[in-house]
Write a protein that binds this ligand. Structure first.
Ligand code: FES
Length: 167
């Protein structure tokens, strides 16, 4: 009889414990970095030659909270024909928003004067690394024939020389 009771409790423990453990560990698995590509803008809306700042919209999750679609961050998009490049707006020094210079020929951080060329390479200032590049791509045409620039949005730790994802 004791063996039967132990078997029932053992089965119940596994039935309850495994899903509970998966729920508790879910944020850690998401931190592994398989972020989805998010639609940023129609390809044709981005002028060639001059970076365009865009806010990325998405439904997102913080730890255990699911949020409705809203802004998750901003990026600088550059386009050369069908080639696109996406740079994180957040400065790798201490996290201020990086601006485009008035003449559009370089990036500059207004907080402590880090400067970057248009490819995001650090030119001078206290930033410990180049601007953070994000994976981006151009989609196939959708039902309306629109090709979208899609970005795998991510944020990274500031103040360190190597690019470490915040998950
Ligand atoms: S936060 Fe950009 S240079 Fe300091």
């Amino acid at each position: 009889m004791e063996a039967v009771g132990a078997g029932i409790y053992g089965t119940l423990g596994v039935a309850v414990g495994v899903p509970a453990l998966r729920f508790l560990l879910a944020p850690l698995r998401r931190a592994g970095g398989d972020a989805a590509f998010l639609r940023a803008a129609p390809l044709e809306s981005i002028p060639a030659g001059k970076p365009t700042r865009l806010t990325i919209q998405a439904a997102h999750r913080d730890a255990y909270m699911q949020h409705a679609v809203g802004p998750v961050g901003s990026v600088w998009l550059s386009r050369d024909g069908d080639q696109v490049r996406c740079l994180q707006v957040i400065c790798p020094h201490l996290g201020c928003g990086i601006d485009l210079s008035a003449e559009g020929s370089a990036f500059a951080c207004p907080c402590h004067a880090s400067a970057f060329d248009l490819s995001g390479r650090r030119r001078f200032g206290p930033s410990p690394r180049d601007m953070d590049e994000l994976p981006c791509r151009v989609s196939d045409p959708d039902e309306q024939g629109v090709r979208w620039i899609e970005v795998q949005y991510a944020e990274f730790q500031t103040g360190v020389p190597d690019k470490r994802s915040l998950g």
